[in-house]
Design a protein around this ligand. Structure first.
Ligand code: ZN
Ligand code: ZN
Ligand code: FE
Length: 749
């Protein structure tokens, strides 16, 4: 019988075709296979029974990283095939949403690179069907060598033989390269002068790192800044030059053994660490582990990753100790991907540049994940995860979603697939906004998408919302917290009704006046109802106060005690200001100048951190709440603070008694339990509202749910009370996941 099998899914660039070739041989089938825009098409002719075995093995034991979404089989007239062939890609005008992310180096390629007998010995660009860059080097689809930045490197004889041999691991490996024919590295000084090439460049770069120099390194998805974490002066210099006084740095470790020495790692975390995506995993530090405080000051967590490219493997092998590896960018700008960019932007930071001539086509920062409530959760989704599409329960109209303002990502829908862009960072700088526009253009070209509608955040001040104003397409604003909940619902294919808990730093409320952020939304078939929220308080300075917990504290105290708050001269929040500053703030609060009200849970964390003297000024976003979280973990209590529910519509959770009790604990110098009791109280508030709302399904989303202690406390309480809680697993709970929720809102237009 002659059959055609159409497969949709992630099956290109991972050795699927040679796998099929071997299956055909094994089951005595002749015919052909070709890549298509959404997967592969196979035609085989042979015995029917054997064809059934063929299909079964294809389904049951596909190569690693293959992800088959659908298989369609049809019968055709006999064709009398004489061979089994690899046909050229069949392409139509519609592009696939099934594109592979960059895959970290596989163990076989690493082995060869360390084997003096191999022709790939110490060559930093070897890869095979099971590993190597993908999305970062693809100009367009389908994934053929001619469509990648390797197109200019013509295969040498030996590589060509591997490429053509179906029994070789490198059969049709589009990124195949060797010393003779592939890309090469060079070491440059900050003036662009060549210092060394090939293996010499790597060895000299490692020597420079040992001598305390800062190295700009061209990684998979962009430049990284590398420095020796044991060298105090070097780390201090990097912090100074990068204007990053306290924010923790991530480490790249030579291997798992070092990871276990430094951190506590459970099996899920280890899986994430060693996965094909090879992200930075936020791990609990091993108590007493030998590591300089300056790497992650005051943090119980440490961001750790393993080498994810050949070049990283070589450097870590030679250096043989952890290295700080951080994004090669200025502040929150996108990471540099070209030599020119890196010299422009990083010459004030880096001493040396280890670069190469394989072009990076789009910036893909290192991804960050964290174990939250027993689920590996993305915090920053980029290299290794993007552009894996999120399969939806339903088909959406073709749309573009432009995301929020901070931690921006954009998204397009294609049938029942949502494709979320990589993390683009905050849209404060011109550079970031340029990348934001470039990413949308890139996605439209890459997926040939023609959206008929744009979805944006309802906040008119967001750069993403302002961009939409200049577009000819119809646009629809989506309320920030509604988008958060829709995004988590999309991941789990959930339908209304349910209760969404959206807690974050801030987002514009439906009344276009208040900054929401402690929201309980009843999700219905055609929208949402604000069912309950945290009591609001004035925030002097509005969204600018996000950097200063002491301002949030002052606003909240004003809500409770009005002007008499200024009499409490021992309060750490007041002591954090000068008398002059306090006088200005008094006027600001009395006259309500630029003082919107906020119900933000994130700000409530800031208030508690300030009132207890833990943190007055955030040196990076989430600083105060992360400190509270790690203190809560180190001193666990089962107690909760009192609070009240004001029975009106929407319900209001009144934290007045909570705050009064915290102030009293502070005065009595009973500080150690405060963070833990505060977390318990918040979880209890959520449980109380869930019980009143009487919905079985609870969805949690928003930046506050990056706090593992909070999520775990909430899960524990909710689950014991019989609720089913859904949390993020595919996209970040923070604003990096907003675009997905915005796309989902197209259903309700
Ligand atoms: Zn490999
Ligand atoms: Zn070669
Ligand atoms: Fe948010």
């Amino acid at each position: 019988m002659h059959i055609r099998i159409n497969i949709k899914g992630l099956v290109q660039g991972i050795g699927f075709r040679p796998f099929i070739y071997r299956l055909a041989k094994q089951h005595q089938q002749l015919g052909w296979i070709a890549n298509t825009d959404s997967g592969v098409t196979i035609e085989i002719e042979g015995e029917t029974k054997q064809q059934q075995f063929f299909i079964a093995s294809m389904k049951n034991s596909p190569p690693p990283y293959a992800d088959i979404y659908s298989i369609a089989v049809e019968t055709l007239p006999v064709a009398n095939f004489k061979t089994f062939d690899f046909k050229n890609s069949l392409s139509s005008d519609k592009k696939s949403s099934y594109v592979l992310p960059d895959i970290s180096t596989c163990s076989k390629c690493v082995q060869e690179m360390f084997d003096p007998g191999s022709r790939f010995y110490r060559y930093p660009f070897t890869s095979c069907c099971h590993c190597g860059p993908r999305f970062s080097i693809m100009h367009t689809q389908p994934y053929d060598r001619s469509n990648t930045s390797l197109s200019e490197f013509k295969l040498c004889k030996a590589c060509e033989n591997d490429y053509k041999n179906p029994d070789n691991r490198r059969f049709h490996a589009q990124t195949l390269a060797c010393k003779k024919c592939g890309p090469s590295v060079s070491l440059l000084n900050k003036n662009g002068q060549l210092l060394a090439e090939h293996d010499n460049a790597i060895q000299q770069a490692v020597q420079a790192l040992s001598a305390g120099k800062i190295l700009a390194l061209k990684g998979i998805g962009g430049y990284q800044l590398v420095v020796d974490p044991q060298n105090k002066e070097a780390v201090a210099l990097l912090r100074k030059r990068k204007h990053r006084p306290r924010k923790p740095f991530a480490l790249m470790l030579p291997g798992l053994k070092t990871a276990h020495q430094l951190c506590r790692i459970n099996s899920l975390e280890q899986q994430a660490l060693t996965s094909a995506a090879s992200p930075i995993v936020l791990l609990q530090r091993q108590p007493g582990s030998k590591l300089m405080q300056e790497v992650a000051p005051g943090q119980a967590l440490l961001g750790v990753m393993l080498p994810n490219s050949q070049l990283h493997h070589l450097i870590l092998l030679d250096f043989n100790a952890p290295l700080i590896v951080t994004s090669g960018n200025c502040q929150t700008e996108p990471i540099c991907i070209s030599e020119q960019q890196s010299f422009n932007k990083l010459k004030e930071i880096a001493d040396l540049f280890l670069t190469h001539n394989r072009e990076i086509l789009r910036p893909l920062d290192d991804s960050i994940v964290r174990l939250i409530g027993n689920k590996i959760t993305p915090i920053r989704r980029a290299r290794g995860y993007v552009p894996t599409a999120i399969t939806l329960k339903e088909t959406l109209p073709e749309s573009l979603a432009v995301g929020g303002h901070l931690k921006n990502t954009v998204a397009v829908s294609q049938g029942n697939q949502a494709i979320l862009s990589q993390h683009l960072g905050d849209l404060d700088s011109t550079c970031s906004r340029k990348q934001f526009v470039a990413t949308m253009t890139d996605m439209h070209q890459f997926y040939q998408s023609r959206p008929s509608r744009i979805m944006n955040d309802a906040h008119p001040g967001y750069a993403s919302s302002q961009y939409v104003n200049d577009q000819p397409l119809a646009s629809s604003p989506v309320q920030h917290h509604y988008a958060h909940i829709l995004s988590c619902m999309a991941e789990h294919g959930l339908q209304p009704p349910l209760l969404g808990i959206a807690w974050d730093g801030s987002g514009l409320g439906s009344n276009n006046k208040e900054l929401w952020g402690g929201e309980f939304l009843l999700i219905t078939d055609n929208g949402f109802e604000r069912y309950a929220h945290l009591r609001s308080f004035p925030l002097p300075g509005g969204e600018a106060a996000i950097k200063e917990p002491r301002r949030a504290a002052l606003g909240l105290l004003y809500e409770l005690f009005a002007e008499s708050l200024f009499k409490d001269e021992d309060s750490p929040s007041l002591l954090a200001f000068t008398t002059q500053e306090l006088n200005i703030l008094k006027t600001v609060l009395n006259k309500q100048i630029n003082t919107p009200r906020t119900s933000s849970a994130g700000r409530l964390f800031d208030v508690v951190a300030s009132l207890t003297g833990i943190c007055q000024i955030n040196s990076y976003e989430g600083d105060a709440s992360m400190q509270l979280e790690s203190l809560a973990n180190s001193h666990c209590s089962s107690l909760i603070y009192p609070y009240k529910i004001q029975k009106r519509s929407p319900l209001i959770i009144d934290w007045q008694q909570t705050i009064e009790a915290i102030i009293s604990d502070y005065r009595l110098n009973q500080l150690s339990d405060v963070p833990s009791k505060f977390h318990n109280t918040l979880a209890d508030m959520m449980l109380t509202i869930a019980q009143l709302a009487n919905q079985h399904n609870i969805v949690i989303s928003g930046g506050c749910f990056q706090n593992a202690c909070l999520v775990e406390t909430v899960l524990h309480r909710m689950q014991s009370a019989g609720f089913k809680v859904f949390q993020h697993e595919k996209v970040p709970p923070n604003d990096g996941g907003l675009a997905l929720g915005q796309l989902m809102a197209t259903k309700y237009i």
